[in-house]
Ligand binder design. Structure first.
Ligand code: PEP
Ligand code: MG
Length: 311
């Protein structure tokens, strides 16, 4: 069995009809990189940088501390691409102190709809630029992509790209070395999926965050046990938003992946392949089981039922 798994790890993920599929890892800490390689990931599709910010009493990590963490991941991935997502705090991922200045967000009425992720970053501009500078500097050491969570409208897109331009400018002025990054958006707010063409004009790639896309499409709090039975990835509205995002991205010639839990759940592999997805990012422990699904799949034979919903 061990030998079989060893072999599987080095087998590329290709369907029976020759479709090549990219299997990437979701990681949360710099020390997770070796495990991702061990699991056979061909890169990191989602580094949830917020875990550097959580569970600490005092200061948030500054540029240097973040740079060290990103450097470790980039070096740990040995030349494979690393997608670093800017902080996604708030809601299910609270900070000890939600503001650099005070505790003003502690009592958000509805934290999932509140100041989280990019909204929080844009409300803390100097903190945001520190993070962007740390990521750009890490990009000098290996292939790095930058991923922005929870964008919903074009003014947030503009403000994000302006912050990035300023971060680059600051690095140039200080004479620090930094690298180029591809910039991508998480598609996890239904509004983003519905204006996907605007996102595709502005970004190099997109990554679908199904955990939040389901939550916001169905108005079901992903952390609330009382409505957990209504949290339904098979809901046709969810599948339709995923379908549109994938097909619009392909039409625009932009890379698209899924990095929510659906990507690592073998119950959805055939459906996602059927919808045209060729890049999946998941917990490293799921890679071998998803790879086995892919090795067995024939995309020419995936019936209409797969895209039609629940099996
Ligand atoms: C998602 O929403 O699907 C996602 C990958 O992000 P997170 O689970 O960190 O919110
Ligand atoms: Mg999310």
């Amino acid at each position: 069995e061990r030998e079989r798994l060893d072999r599987l790890r080095h087998t590329p993920a290709v369907t029976l009809d020759g479709e090549v599929v990219e299997l990437l890892a979701n990681i949360e800490l710099p020390g997770d990189a070796p495990g991702a390689i061990e699991a056979g990931a061909v890169g990191v599709g989602l580094f949830r940088s917020e875990f550097l910010f959580m569970n600490r009493d005092g200061e948030l990590p500054g540029e240097e501390e973040q740079f060290e963490a990103y450097r470790r991941v980039v070096e740990g991935m040995r030349g494979l691409p690393v997608t670093i997502r800017t902080v996604d705090v708030g809601a299910d991922k609270p900070l000890e102190r939600m503001s650099v200045n005070e505790l003003r967000h502690e009592h958000a009425l509805n934290p999932a709809l509140g100041l989280r992720a990019i909204r929080w970053s844009l409300s803390e501009p100097s903190m945001f630029r520190q993070q962007l500078r740390a990521i750009l500097r890490a990009a000098a050491l290996g292939p790095v992509k930058l991923l922005i969570p929870m964008l919903g409208n074009t003014s947030e897109i503009r403000a994000t790209l302006e912050a990035l331009a300023r971060a680059r400018q600051q690095l140039r002025e200080s004479g620090r070395s930094f690298g180029e990054v591809e910039v991508g958006a998480m598609i996890e707010v239904p509004a983003a999926a519905l204006i996907i063409d605007r996102f595709l004009e502005a970004f190099d790639f997109v990554s679908i965050g199904t955990n939040d896309l389901i939550q916001y499409t169905l108005a079901i709090d992903r952390a609330d046990e009382a409505v957990a039975h209504l949290y339904d990835p098979w809901h046709p509205a969810v599948l339709e938003l995923i379908r549109r995002t994938i097909s619009a991205s392909q039409a625009a010639g932009k890379a698209v992946s899924v990095c929510g839990e659906m990507a690592g759940d073998p119950a959805f592999t055939a459906t996602l392949l059927q919808l045209g997805l060729r890049s999946f990012s998941m917990h490293p422990a799921q890679i071998s089981v998803i790879k086995q699904q892919i090795l067995r799949a024939d995309t020419r034979r995936l019936g209409a039922s797969a895209a039609g919903g629940r099996p």
